[in-house]
Design a protein around this ligand. Structure first.
Ligand SMILES: [Fe+2]
Length: 204
C-alpha cells in the first residue's frame, strides 16, 4: 500500500521575505509533516477494516466515521500544504500565460490581486485559485477548514494558507501584511506549470 512521503521545501526556510524561518520550520516540519503521518496512520487503520470484511459504520459515532472524517481532513491538509509550499520561494513577479489570463479574467492583474487578497481576508482556512474542470475556467474558492469548502473537480493553481499559524509569529493579527508577503514570494514559474497542467483537465 502506498505511503505518503514528506516532501522537501522547494526553497530555503530562511529565504522568504516577510515569512520567517521559524514560521516555515514549524509550518512545514511540524504541522504539514503531522498531516502526512496521520494520513498514513488512518490509511493503515482503514486497510485493517477493509481486510476484515466486517466494516461497520454509524453516522452518530463509529470508528469508521472518525477515520473517514480524519481521512478527508488529513489528505486535504497534505495536498493543500504541498501546493502552498510549492509556489513559494520566487521573486513575486507575475509572468507567463497565467498572469495574462488573470489580467484578462479579472480586468487587470491588480484587480485579481485585490479580489484574491480580499477572499483571503474573508476565509478561515484557505483561499484557492483553481481550475474548475466543469466550467473550464479559473475560479477562486474559500475553505474554512481542510475538509470544508473544497470543490470536486477543481484543481488548485494558487493556494493561500490563511490559518493564523501561517503568519501570527511574523505579523501578529495583521493578516493583510501576510497576504502581501505571500504575493511577494510567489514563484510564477511554478504557478505557470500548475496552470498548464490544470487547464488540460475537463469534466462534463
Ligand atoms: Fe497551514
Amino acid at each position: 500500500m502506498s505511503k505518503k512521503e514528506i516532501k522537501s521545501l522547494p526553497f530555503a526556510a530562511d529565504s522568504l521575505k516577510g515569512i520567517s524561518q521559524k514560521t516555515i520550520e514549524i509550518h512545514h516540519g511540524k504541522l504539514y509533516a503531522g498531516y502526512v503521518n496521520k494520513s498514513n496512520e488512518i490509511k493503515d487503520k482503514l486497510q485493517v477494516i477493509i481486510e476484515s470484511g466486517k466494516a461497520e459504520g454509524n453516522q452518530a459515532y463509529s470508528e469508521l466515521r472518525a477515520l473517514k472524517n480524519g481521512e478527508g481532513f488529513t489528505n486535504n491538509g497534505v495536498y493543500l500544504h504541498e501546493d502552498y509550499f510549492a509556489i513559494l520561494g520566487g521573486d513575486g513577479m507575475p509572468k507567463g500565460e497565467i498572469a495574462g489570463k488573470l489580467a484578462e479574467k479579472y480586468g487587470s492583474f491588480e484587480n485579481f490581486k485585490t479580489y484574491f487578497s480580499a477572499c483571503g481576508m474573508a476565509a478561515r482556512g484557505w483561499t484557492v485559485l483553481a481550475w474548475d474542470m466543469h466550467e473550464k475556467d479559473l475560479r477562486i474558492f474559500n475553505c474554512d477548514a481542510h475538509n470544508h469548502g473544497g470543490i470536486w473537480g477543481a484543481v488548485p493553481v494558487i493556494v493561500l494558507d490563511i490559518y493564523e499559524h501561517a503568519y501570527f509569529i511574523d505579523a501578529g493579527s495583521d493578516r493583510a501584511t501576510y497576504i502581501r508577503a505571500f504575493f511577494d514570494n510567489l514563484n510564477w514559474d511554478k504557478i505557470e506549470e500548475f496552470y498548464q497542467k490544470a487547464k488540460k483537465m475537463e469534466w462534463e
